[in-house]
Design a protein around this ligand. Structure first.
Ligand code: ATP
Ligand code: MG
Ligand code: MG
Ligand code: MG
Length: 439
């Protein structure tokens, strides 16, 4: 992509309304545009990052055996009356009437709708286990939308729903999502810690929030330092092997970790002072077993091997891709801007032409651009006539992992400079060697 043909509305000034760094940087880097309270448009570079985040989420859901579907954003109130949640949900739900005066709502979550799909088709335990997910916009009328896409009213969520014959099956499904989440967040360069979370009236210990430690987080969390060095399961993890998956969950739930609501002072007191981490955290994912909470009132039953009917045992599993992008920036930036992990960077590399219009510089840049593009790299080529200082600032602000700096003096010597955004290391290399290094 040539910057001269791109739409990258960089802001020079710090937007005053943005209280936290990720919000500030997303606005300054032209990723998002606020459209109203807690409502944002995703501009081209933001949309690219969002797509990359969703792709990782998808790959890891698929790997764990979940199947992608897509349900509507607008739902019928009648469905929610069946589960009893229409009245209970309160003011966070945006309620709408259609032209026939029917009560509708903008979905804050999809348990009811997915249960309706399930009960319409699945009648036998032989068709289980089943896990259906979608990545769809949600609306929650948050009391205090703030921090940009971190807590917005309209936001993207990946929500998965598992269906099993009994608790044992549901627990295996829960474990698969648990491990899938560990892999998902680590692929985005994040250290997410699964913490025991409130299960409400259901009870049991099958609810975990995945938390990124960050000073700007809205939750107070407590965990053992051991989590910082635990190994994340690799690509070869066998999701069809329940014992292997349960073993990973055991390792990742053994050290103490709890959110504020679940915090147990007595257990905390037994941990050596130096091993205690009490910090602020950002909830980026939440997994939850709730048994027959919806299947029972909504009549989602299957015939078991015993020939009898059983209410299916369910769980739900959420990740917020839009919030995740803010969390990634909170975790990875410096005073000059964003530092993208390679896996979610909007472009792999930026080419900076320090003297656009200079025949030799243009030729070298064009050549690099085609070579890298042909090698499958996603390149942003700054071919504008801005001064070099401004170009460097833009490149650092938008945080591409690599910069290739092409100037007249270097080109005369057959050399260009490459810079690693994360380490700040610069190296001058012959042009071909630089192309090979990045390509
Ligand atoms: P929070 O405690 O932050 O309000 P929640 O517990 O209400 O979140 P869940 O119902 O567990 O959220 O939804 C699953 C995921 O959706 C969350 O872990 C988070 O990543 C994301 N999410 C929830 N609310 C928002 C929001 N207002 N803006 C952006 N992402 C959100
Ligand atoms: Mg909430
Ligand atoms: Mg929460
Ligand atoms: Mg939650």
């Amino acid at each position: 992509m040539r910057l001269s043909r791109y739409f990258l509305p960089i802001l020079k000034e710090n937007p005053r309304e943005a209280e936290i760094i990720s919000h500030r940087l997303m606005l300054r880097a032209g990723m998002i545009r606020q459209q109203g309270a807690g409502s944002f448009s995703w501009l081209p570079m933001g949309k690219k990052v969002l797509d990359k985040v969703c792709r990782i989420v998808r790959e890891e859901q698929d790997r764990a055996g979940a199947l992608e579907i897509l349900m509507p954003t607008i739902q019928s109130a009648d469905l929610w009356r069946e589960s009893g949640r229409y009245e209970d949900y309160g003011k966070e739900m945006l309620r709408i009437k259609d032209r026939h005066e029917r009560d509708m709502l903008f979905g804050p979550t999809n348990e009811e709708m997915v249960t309706e799909i399930f009960r319409s088709y699945i009648k036998s335990y032989k068709d289980l286990p089943l896990n259906l997910y979608h990545i769809q916009w949600k609306f929650r009328d948050e009391v205090r939308p703030r921090f940009g896409v971190m807590r917005s009213r309209e936001f993207l969520m990946k929500d998965a729903y598992s269906f099993d014959l009994d608790f044992e099956g549901a627990k295996a499904a829960y474990n698969r999502m648990f491990v899938s989440y560990l892999r998902t967040f680590t692929r985005m360069g994040l250290k997410a810690i699964p913490m025991r979370a409130d299960t409400g009236p259901i009870g049991g210990d099958l609810s975990h929030e995945f938390i990124i430690l960050a000073d700007t987080g809205e939750s107070q969390v407590f965990c053992h330092r051991d989590y910082l060095d635990l190994e994340v399961p690799g690509e070869a993890t066998d999701f069809t092997n329940d014992d292997e998956i349960a073993g990973i969950v055991r390792d990742w739930t053994t050290p103490y970790a709890a959110t504020d609501e679940m915090h147990d002072e007595a257990a905390w007191g037994k941990i050596a002072e130096g091993d205690r981490l009490s910090a602020r955290g950002i909830e980026v994912g939440h997994i939850f077993h709730f048994g027959d909470k919806y299947s029972k009132p909504m009549g989602a039953k299957v015939t078991g091997p015993d020939g009898k009917e059983h209410n299916v045992s369910m769980g739900s599993y959420g990740i917020g891709p839009t919030r995740l992008i803010a969390a990634i920036i909170e975790a990875s930036h410096d005073e000059n801007g964003i530092i993208w992990p390679e896996s979610v960077a909007p472009f792999d590399v930026g080419i900076i032409n320090m003297k656009a219009g200079d025949a030799e510089c243009d030729r070298v840049c064009d050549d690099l651009y085609s070579k890298l593009t042909a090698a499958g790299r996603d390149v942003l080529y700054d071919d504008t006539d801005q001064r070099p200082g401004g170009k460097f600032a833009t490149a650092d602000l938008i945080g591409l992992p690599w910069q290739m700096i092409v100037g007249p003096r270097g080109v005369a010597a057959g050399e260009i400079e490459i810079k690693n955004r994360r380490t700040g290391e610069r190296e001058t290399l012959p042009i071909d060697a630089a192309a090979k290094r990045i390509g």
